[in-house]
Design a protein around this ligand. Structure first.
Ligand SMILES: Nc1ncnc2c1ncn2[C@@H]1O[C@H](COP(=O)(O)OP(=O)(O)OP(=O)(O)O)[C@@H](O)[C@H]1O
Ligand SMILES: [Mg+2]
Length: 464
C-alpha cells in the first residue's frame, strides 16, 4: 500500500471507525424497532424498514471487507476521498428512506440528520460536506413535498403522532425551515471547528517535522564531536608515545645489537647440539623479536615527517602486492585485484604508503591464517580528486570491542605481534590528510578502507 500523509492516514482510520460505528447503528436500530413495536405497541412497517436495514448491512459488509484486505488494493488519496463520500452518501440515502417509511415529519428521529452531518464534517473536506448538507436538505424537502402532494404515499405510525401532521401546512413549513436551518448551521459550525483543528494539526505536524530534523542534526553533530574527541585523545596519545618511543628505541638499539652479536659468537663457539647452543638460539630469537619491536617503535616515531612527492598510488599498490604474491605465506591466498584506471596522481611519501599497504595485506593474511581471499579495490573518491583503496578479507573479522582498540599502539591479539602495525599506518594516513576506516563483524571478515586526498596536506581523520 502507498505511504499516506498523516492526514490521509487519519482519514483511513476514521473510515475504519465509521464501519464499526455502522454495526452499532444497526444494532441500535434493531433495538429501537423491538422496543417501539413490542414495548410501546407502535405499528411500524417492517416490510419497508427491513430491506433498507438489509441494504445498510450489505454495504457495510462491503466496506468491512475492503478495509480487511486493503493492503492488497492500491489505495490512493483519491480512493480514500471517494470512499468517504460514498459512505456518507449511502448513509444519507438510507437515513432519508428510513425516516420516510417510519413516519416522515412525524418521526422525531428526523433530527438524526444533525448527528449524520457532524460525522460527515469530521470525515469530509470543506466543500464535500456542503454538497452533502445541500443534498440532505433537498431530499428532505422533496420527501415532505412529494408526500404532501400525494405523489408518494405517506407512512403513518399509528399510536404515535396525530394522523394529519404530514399534510398540516404550517407544521410542514415550520418543520422544513427548522430542519433546513439546523442542518446548515450545524454544518457551518462543525466545519469551522474541524477546519481550525486541522489547521492546528498541520502546524503541529510541521513543528514536529522541524523538531525531528533538528534532533537529527544534533545527533549527527554529537557523533562528529565524539569522533573528533576520540581522535584528539588518540593523536595526543600517539604524539606523547611517539616522543617517548623515539628516545627509548634509540637507547635500546645499540645494547640489543651488542646482545645479538655476542649471542652469535657464543653460538658459533659452542659445539653443535649442546644445551648452551640451544639456549643461545632462544636468546637470539627473543632478541630478534625485541629488535622487531624497536623497529616498529622507530617507524612509529618517524611517522610525523613524510617526504611527499607526486606519485602513482596504483603503481605503489601493485608493487606491494607483487612483493607478497610469491611469498610462501601467500600461496593459498587468492588476491583479487579490482583497479580503476586513470586514478589521479597524488602527493605521497612512497615508502610510508607502501608500508601501510604492506601492514594491511599482512594483517589480512594473518587473520585468514594463510588461506582465503583478499579483495583489493582501487577507485577514485566521490570528488574525483581523491583515491580510495580498500582491502577486504574473508577472515574471522572482529567484534566491536576489538575494533575499538585496534588502532591503539601495542594492541595485539597475536602471540608474536607488536600491535604497532595499525597505529603506524593510521599515523601515516593522517599525516597524508587521509582517512583509514575499518568495517568488520565477528565471523564476517574485515574491510580496511584508505582515502587519500588530492591535496594530501596535514590533518585528516581517522575512524574505527
Ligand atoms: N584483517 C584483520 N582481521 C581481523 N583482525 C585484524 C585484522 N587486521 C588487524 N586485526 C586486529 O588488529 C590487531 C592490531 O593489528 P596491528 O597490525 O596493529 O598489530 P599486529 O598485527 O597484532 O602486530 P604486528 O603488526 O606488529 O605484527 C591485530 O592483533 C588483530 O587482532
Ligand atoms: Mg599487523
Amino acid at each position: 500500500m502507498k505511504e499516506f500523509s498523516p492526514r490521509e492516514q487519519e482519514l483511513l482510520e476514521r473510515l475504519d471507525w465509521f464501519v464499526k460505528l455502522r454495526w452499532l447503528f444497526l444494532l441500535g436500530l434493531a433495538a429501537l424497532i423491538f422496543f417501539s413495536v413490542r414495548v410501546f405497541g407502535l405499528e411500524l412497517d417492517l416490510h419497508a424498514i427491513g430491506p433498507i436495514a438489509a441494504a445498510v448491512l450489505l454495504y457495510n459488509i462491503g466496506f468491512f471487507v475492503l478495509h480487511l484486505f486493503q493492503s492488497r488494493f492500491k489505495r490512493t488519496p483519491l480512493s480514500l476521498r471517494i470512499e468517504a463520500n460514498l459512505q456518507i452518501g449511502l448513509d444519507l440515502l438510507a437515513l432519508v428512506l428510513l425516516i420516510h417509511v417510519s413516519g416522515g415529519i412525524e418521526n422525531p428521529f428526523i433530527f438524526f440528520f444533525i448527528f449524520h452531518m457532524i460525522m460527515g464534517s469530521i470525515l469530509l473536506s470543506g466543500r464535500d460536506i456542503w454538497y452533502h448538507a445541500g443534498a440532505t436538505v433537498f431530499l428532505l424537502f422533496l420527501l415532505l413535498g412529494l408526500s404532501y402532494l400525494g405523489v408518494i404515499s405517506h407512512y403513518h405510525i399509528r399510536g404515535f403522532a396525530s394522523a394529519d401532521l404530514w399534510n398540516n401546512e404550517p407544521y410542514i413549513l415550520a418543520g422544513a425551515v427548522a430542519f433546513g436551518t439546523t442542518i446548515l448551521m450545524t454544518v457551518y459550525m462543525t466545519n469551522s471547528i474541524t477546519r481550525s483543528v486541522r489547521h492546528r494539526q498541520d502546524e503541529l505536524l510541521l513543528a514536529k517535522g522541524q523538531i525531528e530534523n533538528k534532533s537529527r542534526e544534533l545527533e549527527q553533530a554529537n557523533r562528529e564531536l565524539i569522533r573528533q574527541q576520540n581522535l584528539l585523545v588518540r593523536s595526543e596519545k600517539l604524539a606523547s608515545l611517539g616522543k617517548l618511543s623515539a628516545g627509548v628505541a634509540h637507547e635500546l638499539n645499540s645494547p640489543l645489537t651488542g646482545i645479538m652479536n655476542f649471542s652469535y659468537f657464543i653460538r658459533d663457539a659452542c659445539p653443535e647440539k649442546e644445551q648452551v647452543q640451544l639456549d643461545v638460539a632462544v636468546v637470539i630469537r627473543e632478541t630478534e623479536r625485541c629488535k622487531k619491536i624497536i623497529k616498529g617503535l622507530l617507524d612509529f616515531a618517524r611517522q610525523s615527517e613524510p617526504e611527499k612527492r607526486e606519485n602513482d598510488v596504483l603503481e605503489i599498490l601493485k608493487k606491494t602486492i607483487a612483493l607478497v604474491e610469491n611469498h610462501k605465506d601467500f600461496r593459498e591466498i587468492e588476491i583479487i585485484k579490482d583497479f580503476d584506471s586513470g586514478l589521479p596522481r597524488l602527493m605521497l611519501d612512497r615508502d610510508q604508503v607502501q608500508q601501510v599497504f604492506m601492514n594491511l595485506i599482512v594483517n589480512a593474511e594473518e587473520a585468514m591464517n594463510g588461506a582465503g581471499t583478499l579483495y583489493v579495490r582501487a577507485k577514485p573518491g566521490p570528488d574525483g580528486q581523491s583515491v580510495v583503496i580498500m582491502f577486504r578479507d574473508n577472515g574471522p573479522g572482529m567484534d566491536e570491542d576489538t575494533m575499538r582498540k585496534i588502532f591503539d599502539p601495542f594492541f595485539t591479539t597475536k602471540e608474536m605481534g607488536t600491535g604497532l602495525g595499525l597505529s603506524v599506518s593510521m599515523g601515516i594516513i593522517v599525516n597524508h590528510g587521509g582517512e583509514l576506516e575499518v568495517e568488520s563483524k565477528k565471523g564476517g571478515g574485515a574491510c580496511f578502507t584508505i582515502t587519500l586526498p588530492a591535496n594530501s596536506g596535514a590533518g585528516g581523520r581517522a575512524a574505527a
